[in-house]
Design a protein around this ligand. Structure first.
Ligand SMILES: Cc1cc2nc3c(=O)[nH]c(=O)nc-3n(C[C@H](O)[C@H](O)[C@H](O)COP(=O)(O)OP(=O)(O)OC[C@H]3O[C@@H](n4cnc5c(N)ncnc54)[C@H](O)[C@@H]3O)c2cc1C
Ligand code: FES
Length: 263
């Protein structure tokens, strides 16, 4: 993990509130794995860096690039969205353990909303390893859909659903997954709103499926010092999403997992 000043080589709005950025990583020598994230300096009077997942690592116009996809929410992400091609972004990372891709031949992925971002690079990596990969992507409605065509272009078997049925299958991604359940995969990977992941984990536990969930908590330091990202583990200890995660495996995090100071 190190600090880098990366040049932006492409920016693109995928939706009015979702920006995709490609950053030149020619100078980055360490491996960047699916499920890891970077702490990004936003500028202005924002003091804390903002955690953003690795959405992809690929090649653009002959250069290796890191792709970040971010939702414009508050002050920090607004400032990031104003950056232009040629600007540099100060990032610290890569942080986190990332997804484990070992010993899997057939897997299912369930992503919801912004949680589809880290699953994109995971899908690419799984397909490159020859793993049979089914992807279930859920969104609130048609207007909230992004990245799905790019998942398909990777060659994955993709099912898109919307809560209100305005596009694709109707219903929550977990219910669409249950309706298309073809038996136990070697691993079920999930990332999305906590309420969605709770239902995915409950189904995985019920069926005895091994799973990996990528959790999102508010973060301060990013390396285990401030406790802002604490979550409750099943053995009653406290885990740190930044240091011990963000990916947690079967039976690690207590149901829900949130601690009191996160509301
Ligand atoms: C490991 C990890 C990976 C992430 N990956 C991505 C990603 O790939 N793309 C992306 O757009 N966002 C991602 N996030 C969320 C992102 O970090 C926050 O949206 C961002 O920090 C908000 O900063 P802001 O200054 O714009 O908003 P703030 O002014 O800090 O907050 C604006 C709103 O965002 C909410 N918010 C702030 N932080 C979080 C958070 N961590 N989770 C949920 N809501 C939050 C606040 O409650 C508030 O409602 C990730 C978070 C974590 C912990
Ligand atoms: S963000 Fe500070 S301990 Fe995790």
């Amino acid at each position: 993990m190190a600090e880098y000043n990366l040049t932006i080589v492409k920016t693109e709005y995928l939706l009015p509130n979702i920006v995709s950025m490609l950053l030149d990583i020619s100078a980055v020598t360490e491996e960047i794995r699916p499920g890891q994230f970077f702490q990004v300096t936003c500028g202005g009077d924002t003091y804390l860096r903002r955690p953003i997942s690795v959405c992809d690592v690929t090649v653009y116009e002959g250069h290796p690039v890191l792709r970040l996809v971010l939702e414009v929410k508050g002050k920090g992400t607004h400032l990031l969205a104003e950056k232009k091609v040629g600007d540099s972004l100060c990032v610290l990372g890569p942080f986190g353990n990332g997804f484990n891709l070992k010993d899997v031949k057939k897997v299912d992925l369930i992503g919801g909303g912004l949680g589809v971002c880290p699953l994109f690079y995971l899908t690419r990596a799984l397909l490159e390893k020859g793993v049979e990969t089914r992807v279930f992507l859920g969104f609130r409605n048609q207007a909230a859909i992004f990245l799905t065509e790019e998942f398909k272009a990777l060659g994955a078997d993709v099912t898109v659903s919307t809560d209100d049925g305005s596009f694709g299958e109707k219903g929550y991604a977990i219910n669409v997954y249950k309706a298309n359940y073809t038996g136990k995969p070697d691993m079920l990977y999930t990332c999305g709103p906590q309420v969605m992941m709770n239902t995915v984990v409950a189904f995985a536990d019920e069926q005895g499926i091994l799973y990996q969930e990528s959790r999102e908590e508010r973060m301060g330091c990013g390396f285990g010092a401030c406790l802002v990202c604490a979550c409750k583990m099943q053995d009653d200890s406290m885990g740190h999403v930044c240091k011990d995660g963000p990916v947690f495996g079967t039976g690690m995090v207590a149901v829900g997992g949130k601690v009191a100071h996160h509301g």
